[in-house]
Design a protein around this ligand. Structure first.
Ligand SMILES: NC(=O)c1ccc[n+]([C@@H]2O[C@H](COP(=O)([O-])OP(=O)(O)OC[C@H]3O[C@@H](n4cnc5c(N)ncnc54)[C@H](OP(=O)(O)O)[C@@H]3O)[C@@H](O)[C@H]2O)c1
Length: 268
């Protein structure tokens, strides 16, 4: 999995151009969801198609999308009906994602958030396992799961083990320390969102700003590098081409161990 993922929420009609720009700028992964309320998954598909026409190889792009349960949908605009049974909901949503993205293979497929009853969530996961077995999906995961007990339960009952946990990276969840430890033990990628939005105090801290001149990088580049070095794959939702290019340009330096510890101490 690439070390940074381009996030496509809230980009509305600009989604096509931004996805194309992100891929041509060097992003190798895209995140979306079959949730029209927040994502134009159809325009992600168009942006991807444009980038492929301009020389990007499909094999070099990691495409991730999500099944969003009713609780996260606008019931007037969603890929299934409220009266559909839970299996039909995930089947219809997955079909719509493939149609939107113009793909017959999705690299990574997530449950957008845990939902009740838990038996239904398990049924959805089991259906998603079939997509993997049918070689329509590469790997599975879940998002917005802040409960280690629930996540480890899902892990235990899964035949196809989850490979992704995508969560908001913020102080309220204590930065998911225990969940991140679990992910490391089980070889699961922890993806962070709100990495910049939720952490302006950390970005403005002396621990980060003192490294800006040392490495000749922006505070965002330093923070993204820090995340990578503690094995976090951040989502990046920028709408700026300059930020895209800057944020991808972090392969030419490494933070020292003591610098990582100082920033890590801010995650409390
Ligand atoms: N699973 C979920 O439930 C969930 C929820 C929310 C988001 N997400 C995913 O996460 C993605 C990212 O969203 P986010 O909320 O986490 O946004 P973010 O990447 O934390 O923040 C993006 C914001 O930071 C600003 N920014 C300033 N300097 C920047 C720089 N150098 N690089 C990047 N951004 C910079 C951006 O402004 P400019 O546009 O001016 O750069 C933008 O307003 C979403 O698109 C979505 O795919 C998932």
């Amino acid at each position: 999995m690439p070390n940074m993922i381009y996030g496509t929420a809230w980009k509305k009609e600009n989604t096509t151009k931004l996805v194309e720009d992100a891929l041509l700028s060097g992003f190798k992964a895209i995140d979306t969801a079959c949730q029209p309320k927040h994502y134009r998954e159809d325009l992600v598909g168009l942006g991807l198609e444009n980038a492929l026409k301009k020389g990007i190889n499909r094999e070099d792009v990691f495409v991730q999308t999500k099944f969003t349960p009713i609780s996260g949908q606008d019931v007037n605009d969603m890929p299934y009906f409220t009266h559909d049974n839970i299996i039909t909901q995930v089947e219809k949503s997955f079909l719509k994602s493939k149609e939107n993205l113009k793909l017959d293979f999705i690299d990574s497929y997530l449950i957008h958030s845990p939902f009740n009853p838990i038996e239904d969530m398990v049924k959805v996961y089991k259906k998603m396992e079939e997509f993997v077995q049918n070689r329509e999906v590469g790997q599975l995961g879940i998002s917005n799961c802040y409960d280690l007990k629930l996540f480890s339960y899902l892990y235990d009952i899964a035949k196809v083990k989850p490979k992704v946990l995508q969560n908001r990276f913020y102080v309220d969840s204590k930065y998911d320390k225990e969940l991140r430890e679990f992910c490391k033990q089980k070889d699961i990628t922890y993806q962070s969102f709100w990495s910049l939005t939720a952490n302006p105090n950390i970005l403005a801290s002396s621990e980060i700003t003192s490294l800006v001149s040392k490495y000749g990088k922006t505070k965002e580049q330093i923070f993204y590098k820090f995340l990578n070095q503690i094995e976090i794959t951040p989502l990046n939702g920028t709408t700026s081409k300059i930020h895209m290019l800057e944020d991808l340009d972090i392969d030419d330096f490494l933070l020292e161990e003591n610098e990582i510890i100082l920033i890590q101490n801010l995650l409390n």
